[in-house]
Design a protein around this ligand. Structure first.
Ligand code: RP5
Length: 168
């Protein structure tokens, strides 16, 4: 049987889950399996390293990592794998996520992390699907349909707005 597309979705804490859930929903929409885990770069560093080292042999195609505050999870996972790593900076702190954003995006040369917006869980799922579409051809038509739906939705909003403006 052909291998199914599979993403790792790692979060630094279960408190990240309400946001990260949206990424998992998006992956499912594109037919991508998710291995969902709570692993912390600081609280469980050895488990983080081990997970990243064995991710590829465990069938993972892409790693998504969500963390907040001093958010080193995505960078630490990226240090131990050559799989693409997508980072979601979480708005979990008193600094509104700016600390998380800088921690995820400002990676040193040699260890890139593709960073989405603060709490940008949906985009992490879509970006993962776009990466995996290069390997799994069944994903591309689903991405095309997703974009077409978005177009229809925005056009409907535009039409509705124009009607409302005409009544002013
Ligand atoms: C980070 O610290 C987690 O990713 C989370 O965003 C934040 C707070 O974690 P908890 O204190 O709620 O476990 O490691």
């Amino acid at each position: 049987m052909a291998k199914a597309p599979k993403a790792a979705v790692i979060m630094g804490s279960d408190s990240d889950f309400p946001v990260v859930k949206k990424c998992i929903v998006m992956l499912k929409k594109f037919g991508i399996e998710a291995d969902v885990r709570v692993i912390s770069a600081h609280r469980t560093p050895e488990i983080a390293a081990e997970y990243a080292k064995s991710a590829q042999e465990n069938g993972i195609d892409v790693v998504i990592a969500a963390a907040g505050k001093a958010a080193h999870l995505a960078g630490v996972l990226a240090a131990f794998t050559t799989l693409p790593v997508i980072g979601i900076p979480m708005k979990s702190s008193t600094l509104d996520g700016l600390d998380s954003l800088l921690s995820v995006v400002q990676m040193p040369k040699g260890i890139p992390v593709a960073t989405v917006a603060v709490d940008g869980a949906e985009n992490a799922g879509i970006l993962a699907a776009q990466i995996l579409a290069l390997k799994y051809e069944e994903i591309a038509p689903k991405l095309a349909a997703f974009k077409a739906d978005m177009t229809t939705e925005v056009q409907a909003k535009d039409e509705a707005l124009q009607k409302e403006v005409a009544t002013l």
